[in-house]
Design a protein around this ligand. Sequence first.
Ligand SMILES: CC(C)(COP(=O)(O)OP(=O)(O)OC[C@H]1O[C@@H](n2cnc3c(N)ncnc32)[C@H](O)[C@@H]1OP(=O)(O)O)[C@@H](O)C(=O)NCCC(=O)NCCS
Length: 169
Amino acid sequence: MQAKTPEQSKTIMTDMVLPGETNPLNNLFGGELLARMDRAASISARRHSRRIVVTASVNHVAFNRAVPLGSVVTVEAKVSRAFKTSMEIFIDVWVEDRESGAKTKANEAIYTFVAVDETGRPISVPEVTPETDLEKERYDAALRRKQLSLLLAGKIKPHEATELKALFE
Ligand SMILES: CC(C)(COP(=O)(O)OP(=O)(O)OC[C@H]1O[C@@H](n2cnc3c(N)ncnc32)[C@H](O)[C@@H]1OP(=O)(O)O)[C@@H](O)C(=O)NCCC(=O)NCCS
């Protein structure tokens, strides 16, 4: 299977924040943003693997900046690293200034998707070849994040989390 670059799975979704999607402070409701990120990540994982993909885990979400009603929000997702059947998807969220058009980073998240066959069984995916400095940085840290996620989910034992242990040594 031929490796792919993160650029090949890049998925950009731009949409507005409408009244039914806000909290009582008139900012974008967190669950709505999670759904938008999940959709973009799902398309990105599908572009990388060309398979049916399912969300296995949401590893990290930071709601750093409130996103006001009426904002134009861009969600950008790319596969940062692929393992055997799973893919880490890095998502950056940008808000566009109405007057200048300048985009400011509002949030980010990291999701894990797994490629599956028609019966729902995990199936192998192509590797990722990172190109830019940021893609290389995200690629390098992805194994640590995978081990942390599996450890928290009780799917590996602490002694198996070698990349995490290395952080403290
Ligand atoms: C995700 C799913 C396919 C994993 O199946 P499984 O039987 O646990 O399969 P495995 O243990 O072989 O794991 C498959 C891959 O997922 C990874 N994985 C599983 N749980 C994970 C977690 N919590 N965090 C990170 N990676 C995880 C494994 O490390 C493995 O990766 P690799 O093959 O690249 O090394 C299965 O749990 C599933 O179908 N879940 C429901 C998915 C779904 O419906 N999502 C939508 C929610 S509404």
